[in-house]
Design a protein around this ligand. Structure first.
Ligand code: 13P
Length: 255
């Protein structure tokens, strides 16, 4: 089977509504008004700009999603946003378990698993972010760390759900640092993740899962990363804030 590459922008805590609209319009202009063929493009603005970005992107083929959510449909959870609220805005995807959620806000694998399950329950595709810290890699523990995040993050899911899941491998030491995993190192981890999925859910399911790479993806390294057989897309932070740079990343050259 062929996996359609998914290029996603994670704008993190950046952009007012006006700035978000300007960037989304700029991207659209550079792409000729539509998502290019052969790839899926997704923008995850801050919650406050989702509505405005949706108005710009409606009917262009470019999708919009969210960076986080709380895994309950509604209730007394001051300050939180629910999966049905995101679905109501036309969000298709939601990022869960981003390293900034894990390390700055102390989210653990159990909460992240609840988010993954809640996303499916309410018709959103979860993008489960996993990745090791530098100290883990230096100690040769990168696979063990990622394996634990996968095993706990995917607990209770059916093979049918896993097939529709997106995994983002984001080594923490490569996020926002300008330091990218080499295409070979990234490929090695992506292949490890796919082997792990295959052992648990079967080869057919594993072959369908989109595994994105994230961590200082830029116009000048995206082609080499995307040339790797198990790298099926990119989750882009810093470079996605700029319409020129993100448009170039979206238009990566497949070999
Ligand atoms: P950077 O592209 O800024 O390294 O961020 C990566 C990331 O965290 C995307 O979710």
């Amino acid at each position: 089977m062929t996996r359609t590459p998914l290029i996603a922008a994670n704008w993190k805590m950046h952009k007012t509504v006006a700035e978000a609209v300007q960037t989304a319009r700029g991207l659209l202009e550079r792409l000729g008004g539509r998502a290019p063929d052969g790839r899926t493009v997704l923008i995850c603005p801050p919650f406050t700009a989702i509505m405005a970005v949706r108005e710009v992107l409606a009917d262009t083929g470019i999708l919009w999603g969210a960076q986080n959510m709380y895994p309950r449909p509604k209730g007394a959870f001051t300050g939180e946003i629910s999966p049905p609220m995101l679905a109501d805005l036309g969000c298709t995807h939601v990022i869960v378990g981003h390293s900034e959620r894990r390390h700055i806000f102390g989210e653990g694998n159990q909460l992240i698993n609840e988010k993954v399950r809640a996303a499916f329950e309410f018709g959103l595709v979860p993008i489960l972010a996993v990745g090791e810290k530098l100290e883990h890699r230096q100690a040769g523990l990168e696979e063990a760390v990622v394996e634990e995040q996968l095993a706990k993050g995917l607990m209770g899911l059916s093979a049918e759900q896993v097939r529709r899941l997106v995994i983002a491998y984001e080594p923490v030491w490569a996020i926002g640092t300008g330091e990218t995993a080499s295409p070979d190192d990234a490929q090695a981890m992506h292949a490890f993740i796919r082997r792990w999925l295959s052992a648990r859910y079967g080869e057919e399911t594993a072959q369908e899962v989109i595994i994105q790479y994230g961590g200082s993806v830029k116009p000048n390294n995206v082609d080499d990363l995307m040339a790797q057989p198990d790298i099926d897309g990119a989750l882009v932070g810093g470079a996605s804030l700029d319409a020129d740079q993100f448009a170039r990343i979206v238009q990566f050259q497949a070999p």
